[in-house]
Design a protein around this ligand. Structure first.
Ligand code: OAD
Length: 255
């Protein structure tokens, strides 16, 4: 694996146009369960029952009780792990332009990443379904479920439910970064949910090197990605950031 980490470090050290696409796997080591696979959330609850906008509209109390309250508790206790910090280091070193994340946990920003595209929105904020007023999730009054805005409307997390569109500004920027990057790191995603899952295809089609970091192969492995570093994100991204810093120091900080 060390060989692959060094190969990825050389790929990253050779460009200033790299981006990362991250998914739930990067936050597992922070105590947040993934959606699919062993211990995944969708093994316990059906996403169409709790994570589709039609389900929320039909029965907001049920979605708050079965999904949102539990997720908010888990997210409130989570802190960034070495993988989040490693990506922030790569940005500081001038080797990563941006992180496109499917996660709603805010851990990339907490770790110090400055340019983060929250492709599926965020759980840190709530939005009124009626007047669109936003309010911080940790300031929400949860004595009544679903919580309500002053206008009487129902609050929902400012995330993307199934059945909703990706905010156009996020979609356009992510597509542009994917089409223009030279290297894409794909970390901790099953690459099964579109349109996020098409971003590595877009990068590869435009000639970028696509590097996966994941303990398991994904539909991208062996087809879209150039290689897979088979391991957990924390130690791998941490070692990768160290290896890039070392290469940069050896070359006197030159690109
Ligand atoms: P998934 O739960 O589908 O996939 C998690 C991935 O993380 C899998 O490929 C695992 O092999 C990998 N993994 C497990 N442990 C890991 C570790 N320690 N380090 C790195 N990777 C690890 O999560 P996503 O691909 O993010 O969307 O799911 C995509 C979207 O599906 C989510 O954003 C969410 C969900 O339904 C919406 O809610 C709209």
């Amino acid at each position: 694996m060390q060989d692959l980490i060094e190969r990825a470090a050389r790929d990253l050290a050779g460009t200033r146009r790299a981006v990362a696409l991250t998914g739930a796997g990067i936050s597992i080591e922070s105590g947040i369960p993934p959606f699919r696979g062993p211990g995944g959330l969708w093994e316990k609850i059906d996403p169409m029952e709790v994570a589709h906008i039609d389900a929320f509209r039909r029965d907001p109390r049920k979605v708050w009780d079965l999904l949102i309250k539990g997720m908010q508790t888990v997210l409130a206790a989570a802190v960034p792990n070495p993988a989040h910090r490693g990506l922030a280091t790569l940005e500081r070193l001038g080797r990563l332009q941006a992180v496109i994340t499917q996660n709603v946990d805010g851990l990339h920003q907490q770790a110090g990443s400055q340019d983060v595209i929250e492709f599926h929105g965020t759980f840190a904020w709530q939005r009124c379904m009626t007047c669109e007023r936003r309010c911080r999730s940790d300031e929400l009054d949860l004595t009544e479920i679903p919580p309500r805005c002053e206008c009487g409307g129902i609050f929902r997390p400012d995330c993307v439910f199934f059945g909703e569109l990706i905010p156009p500004e996020h979609l356009v920027r992510a597509q542009q970064l994917a089409a223009e990057c030279r290297v894409m790191l794909v970390v901790g995603t099953s690459a099964t949910v579109h349109p996020a899952a098409m971003l590595p295809h877009l990068a590869r089609g435009a000639g970028a090197r696509v590097i996966e970091i994941n303990p398991e192969p994904t539909p991208l492995t062996g087809t879209v990605s150039d290689y897979l570093i088979p391991g957990p994100a924390g130690p791998v991204v941490d070692a990768l950031a160290d290896a890039v810093a070392a290469l940069q120091a050896d070359s006197g900080g030159q690109a």
